[in-house]
Design a protein around this ligand. Sequence first.
Ligand SMILES: [Zn+2]
Length: 201
Amino acid sequence: MNIVFVGPQGAGKGAVIKEVVKIKPFDVIATGELFRKEIATGSALGKKLKATMDKGILVDLNTTLNVVKGALKNKKNIIFDAFPRNVEQAEAFSKISKVDKVIYLNLDKQTAYKRLTNRLTCASCNYVTSKLVVKNDVCPVCGGKLFTRTDDTREGINKRFQEFETRTLPMLEYYKAQGIVYEIDANQPLEKVVSDVLKVL
Ligand SMILES: [Zn+2]
């Protein structure tokens, strides 16, 4: 079964997926991570990917599909994190595999502001926490330094919401037409979001 997770930044997609896979046996495919793994192998494809990403250019659709296709092997139940992201990718993906369900973590902009402007990220281990929880800049996991992302401002959040709406909402319409979109209220606390997601998986 292939599940696609969709949600704007601040919806807690990564955190929700992490909890879901503790309970249900899914493999997670995240393209960013796949690219990093491929680069680490030093293959020709990896070198090409590194050159593209170093330039800050988006990896082209064919290359992305090839990497995803490779990752699909020997896996039965997969959660896709942040892929496909738009109608073009969704249509291309439909030619190599099938999407059974789309989990849409719907988030209000107000909640996103509240979560993201308080967000702290660890420079060493990427742990994400909140100023509402940690009162200093020391990572509770590894002792590294916590920092605020420079784009976690109202302006930055507006920009990412707008990108999400332009790029991903049409893809949701594409999947809604197939009757496979499950909308979850992501404004709720993490545990509630996770239990709502588990109900529809
Ligand atoms: Zn850390």
